[in-house]
Each structure stands twice: as structure tokens, then as C-alpha cells.
Write a protein that binds this ligand. Structure first.
Ligand SMILES: [Zn+2]
Length: 243
């Protein structure tokens, strides 16, 4: 379904059935991350749940993680991390796409906004996930702002959810508005995260994501959750359930 035909009826269903996985139509879910691993760590559980519910899930990696390892050339790192991203997407039942920018040198410009907007809209998103732009990593800021610009250019015709990564170290000032229960897919999310072997995933998980999933779970009243900040479709902002 093209984003332009995304109707208020479906919006209502998304809102009123939040967390129950009940929508009549197959949704296109698109997730943008700066580096291989960011989407999986930030919202891999939510992506797995969407895929399991029969929706299309695409992950756009802005870069291929070229600059992560000073002992390797950019092309060596990119090859390794592309493979890790593809393995991880297979576990999540998602499609891996790449935005063509370079790690640690990402750009926010008219040209880069046009290019990433075209890529995002080519997937006809009903829901777009991306980095919360207040983040200590410039690539995360830029990935978040590129996705925000694509959403603005689309006329704000789909739901935009910001995810957090390494809160306490990278994501800043994140006050969630939405939660997704990932208790049932926690092990699968972990397998997707741990596919990024070059990123020391066990330590990153133990230091940040285990605590984050459990704390967000406490806030949401479930065992483990992912948290988001939601920007709604434009014509849904003044609505509240029951009125
Ligand atoms: Zn990153």
C-alpha cells in the first residue's frame, strides 16, 4: 500500500490495537540506522514482532561501518559488517538495504536528504523507525535527521518512531512515549545483535541493552520492552481514543 493511500481508518486501528499486532493490512515497516547493528540493538525486538505478524520489514543502514576498526581498511570492514548485517536481517526476517554513506563521515545536505528520502519512500513506509537525533554520535544525529527530513518531505503521512541506543552513553534526553513488549522475542533479538561479531556484542549487551530492555519493561509493566518517541501522522495528532 503506498504511503499516500494510508487512511485514517488504518491509523485508528494502529492506535486502538497498539501492542496487540492486529491490523488487517500488510504494513511496510522501514528502519533507518547509521551503522550495522544500530537498528537491531535499538528496535530489533519490535522489527522481529512485525515480521512475525506478516508485515514487510526493511532495514536501511546509512553506512557499512567502514571506520570501526583502525587495523582494517574501509573496504575490509565494510565487507565484514555488510555480511553481519545480512545475517542479522535474516534472523529478524528483514530486508537489508544500504544508504551509501561512509561511517564517521556522514552528511546532512540537500543531496543526501534527496537520496535517503528516495530510498525510504521507495519502500512505501507505513511506519518509519530511526535514531533519536539527540545523541553523542554525529552519525546517529545525521541518520535521525535524514529520516526526519524524509518524513517531512512525504507530508508526514506515516508514523515516525525514534528509537534509543546505548542510553546512558550515546542517546540523550530520551523520554519515551511508546513501548513495545519484546519479552517473547528477546532471544531472537539477542541472536540478531550477536551477529555483529566485530562489535563486541556480548559486552555491549551486558553493559547497556540488558538493563535498558528490563528497565523499559518495568516502565511498561512487562518483562522486557523497547521504548520509542512517536511523531504521529499529521491528521491523527488532535485525536484521542474515546473522543
Ligand atoms: Zn551506531
Amino acid at each position: 500500500m503506498p504511503f499516500s493511500s494510508f487512511g485514517s481508518d488504518l491509523n485508528y486501528k494502529l492506535e486502538s490495537h497498539k501492542g496487540q499486532g492486529e491490523v488487517d493490512k500488510k504494513l511496510n515497516i522501514v528502519c533507518v540506522g547509521a551503522h550495522p547493528g544500530d537498528p537491531e540493538f535499538g528496535c530489533g525486538g519490535t522489527l522481529a514482532r512485525y515480521a512475525d505478524a506478516g508485515h514487510n520489514v526493511s532495514v536501511i543502514y546509512l553506512t557499512r561501518g567502514e571506520a570501526g576498526d583502525p587495523s582494517k581498511t574501509y573496504s575490509e570492514s565494510a565487507a565484514l559488517r555488510t555480511k553481519e548485517a545480512e545475517t542479522s536481517c535474516k534472523i529478524l526476517k528483514a530486508k537489508a538495504l544500504f544508504g551509501g554513506q561512509i561511517d564517521a563521515n556522514t552528511e546532512l545536505s540537500k543531496g543526501s536528504i534527496d537520496k535517503i528520502t528516495q530510498l525510504i519512500l521507495s519502500q512505501k513506509p507505513d511506519i518509519l523507525f530511526t535514531h533519536w537525533p539527540l545523541d553523542t554520535h554525529p552519525d546517529h544525529q545525521i541518520a535521525g535527521l535524514l529520516a526526519l527530513n524524509a518524513w517531512v518531505k512525504s507530508g508526514q503521512q506515516f508514523f515516525l518512531y525514534y528509537y534509543e541506543v546505548n542510553t546512558g552513553s550515546e542517546t540523550l534526553e530520551f523520554k519515551p512515549t511508546e513501548y513495545v513488549d519484546i519479552s517473547a522475542v528477546r532471544e531472537r533479538k539477542k541472536a540478531a545483535m550477536f551477529s555483529h561479531k566485530t562489535q563486541n556484542p556480548e559486552e555491549v549487551y551486558d553493559t547497556f541493552f540488558k538493563a535498558m530492555e528490563e528497565f523499559r519493561g518495568l516502565e511498561a509493566g512487562v518483562k522486557a520492552a523497547e521504548a520509542f518517541i512517536l511523531s504521529k501522522v499529521k491528521n491523527e495528532r488532535a485525536n484521542i481514543i474515546g473522543l
